[in-house]
Design a protein around this ligand. Structure first.
Ligand SMILES: Cc1ncc(COP(=O)(O)O)c(C=O)c1O
Length: 420
């Protein structure tokens, strides 16, 4: 590893780490739930490599699908052309998403799926000659790192250098508990000038796996819908089984107008963003006037290799085995929560589907909490990748993780808390 570190790393700018003293671990291969390092370590990937890898690394079925597709066609312009892998994926997504959703728009990642959603919502009103300017979002929100997605998210250390350049958004409190404060604020803010309401349904990931009730989100959406506000569900993290159901919105009575999808969509293999919309949105763009077209398109839109990976990933996800695995992980987390003995350091333990989070008490709570590095190092020394969100330890595993592996993680968490 020392060789690789010295020779190869000096020209690479890694995300999220100070440039000085950054010592990334060199990875030789990754298989199933394990990351194998150049220096011979076998690290359990308890966070699915930034929440993307739902079937484990290097899955033979996805490997094969990408290989087969590469032999036929690696990439083709998606303006004026189409291909079977994209069509197949659109058909599968139509079966999984609510009936009201009728079209998908491809982009490259989670942030761009959100950019597309925001632009569609704004242009929806523009195309009808009744522009609306206000966007409502939740406090604590994270929707990506591009300017639009940063604008609709909480202003924090991530966004600080750019805050003056972000467009204005109205925030409602995070809808914890009965959500009454958020509901009251929503009623106060929403009006005929409100274009869109964007939210991470049921779980705010980057905020520290903060969870809230479907009933509260349903009430917030009902208020938004009473003013015809476009409801955008950012399911980039929650989609594809993470919360126990295919989508977090499957827990709701109300359907959003727009879904943002990414991360798990390709099984964590290749970048892809999808913005799925209902007929209401489509109709506003389905007009002869060229000026009303949606002028947005990325070079790799609907890349055939990404689509092939997504099709293979969807097939795996829909198998009985995978659905049972999701259920098994959810039940395992619940059982752990029941037997969990909180000590003075624990503020809360919570879970939703395959996501488990333990929030520690901290005076400096949040992403930059000082305890973050201590947590990270403790688990890495034990070959467990549990990259905390500040003072929040969480597990969001590939669905192929075994009960024994989960048990090892729970024990390590217990041991960590006991020695605090
Ligand atoms: C809810 C949500 N939206 C959007 C994004 C941005 O996705 P990406 O990193 O693929 O741009 C993330 C990333 O963590 C996310 O959690």
């Amino acid at each position: 590893m020392s060789q690789l570190e010295k020779v190869d790393q000096k020209n690479i700018w890694h995300p999220f780490s100070p440039l000085a003293g950054n010592k990334p671990i060199a990875v030789k291969k990754a298989k199933g739930v394990y990351i194998h390092t150049m220096d011979g370590r076998k690290i359990i990937d308890a966070i699915s490599s930034w929440w993307v890898n739902i079937h484990g690394h290097s899955h033979p079925r996805i490997n094969k699908a990408i290989g087969r597709q590469a032999a036929k066609m690696e990439q083709v312009i998606f303006a004026g052309f189409t291909h079977k892998p994209a069509v197949d994926l659109s058909k599968t997504l139509m079966k999984l998403l609510p009936d009201s959703i009728t079209k998908i728009f491809f982009s490259d990642n989670g942030s761009t799926s959100v950019e597309v959603a925001i632009k569609l919502a704004i242009q929806y009103w523009h195309n009808q000659g009744k522009p609306r300017r206000k966007i409502i979002a939740l406090e604590g929100a994270y929707h990506g790192d591009t300017f639009g997605s940063m604008s609709v998210a909480e202003r924090n250390i991530f966004s600080a250098p750019f805050n003056d350049f972000l467009f204005e958004v109205s925030f409602i409190p995070f809808p914890k508990g009965d959500g009454n404060e958020a509901i009251a604020k929503m009623k106060e803010l929403v009006g005929d000038e409100t274009a869109a309401f964007i939210f991470e349904p049921l779980v705010q990931g980057a905020a520290g796996m903060q969870m809230y009730a479907p009933e509260v989100l349903d009430q917030l959406m009902a208020i938004a819908k009473s003013k015809e506000v476009i409801c955008i569900a950012d399911e980039v993290m929650t989609g594809f089984g993470r919360t126990g159901k295919m989508f977090a919105c499957d827990y709701l009575e109300n359907d959003p107008d727009v879904f943002c999808l990414s991360k798990g969509i390709t099984g964590g293999y290749l970048p892809m963003g999808v913005t799925a919309v209902n007929d209401r949105i489509v109709k506003a763009f389905d007009v002869a006037d060229r000026a009303k077209a949606f002028f947005h398109g990325h070079s790799y839109t609907a890349n055939p290799l990404s689509c092939a990976a997504a099709n293979a990933s969807m097939k795996l996800l829909l198998t009985k085995k995978c659905q049972l695995d999701i259920e098994r992980i959810a039940m395992s987390h619940e059982a752990y929560m029941k037997r969990f003995v909180a000590n003075d350091h624990v503020l809360e333990i919570r879970s939703r589907g395959t996501i488990l989070a333990i929030e520690l008490k901290a005076d400096d709570a949040g992403y930059t909490s000082a305890i973050k590095e201590r947590i990270y190092d403790y688990f890495m020394e034990r070959n467990m990748l549990l990259r905390p969100l500040g003072n929040v330890i969480y597990i969001i595993p590939p669905y192929v993780i075994t009960n024994q592996e989960l048990s090892k993680l729970y024990h390590a968490i217990d041991d960590f808390l006991a020695q605090l």
